[in-house]
Design a protein around this ligand. Sequence first.
Ligand code: K2U
Ligand code: NI
Length: 183
Amino acid sequence: MLTMKDIVRDPDPILRNKAAEIKEIDQETVEQLKEMREYLVNSQNEETAEKYGLRPGVGLAAPQVGLDKRMLAIYIEGEDGEAEYDFMLINPKVKSHSVAETYLPSGEGCLSVDEDIPGLVHRHQRVKVTALDIAGKPIEIKAKGLLAVVLQHELDHLDGVMFYDRIDEEMPMEPKIGARPVE
Ligand code: K2U
Ligand code: NI
């Protein structure tokens, strides 16, 4: 199982790479992506997270575990502890997005960044993403709210972009005109 020792930390240069397209969805790739998803599931289980010292995460991109592959996992539980969003995406692409912007009022963090970096991270309010699933089947996700934010945070990792790159240096806590907070 993946633990925090497997998570690459800033300023490791791999976090600034543009990850490579996956040409063939081989067994190793599928196993690696399943392990990334398993980290998220484990990190949201209080007992397991405590036992292995896992920082909770709702998304994880391959470069964060040292893999130069365009793939990511998202696992967000609902109030009932069941999976509300559960995705393993291969070669994901943003097909379209809203002009309107959103942000998490509490700002963002990152499993690859140990220190807190305050500031609002403005993202598209809605995104349409296409990808392949682990069976190689095309999927399309229309996301808004927290899922849209998490998706964009992980997609940024595949292009070597860190959340703090998107914090305004002059007015880090100032919402942009027209931007709406994620409820
Ligand atoms: O990619 C990562 O480092 C995992 C982040 C993703 C993320 C951070 C902030 C906003 C959206 C996505 C971890 O999930 S940080 C922990 C976390 C947990 C619940 C909600 C938001 C962030
Ligand atoms: Ni991150």
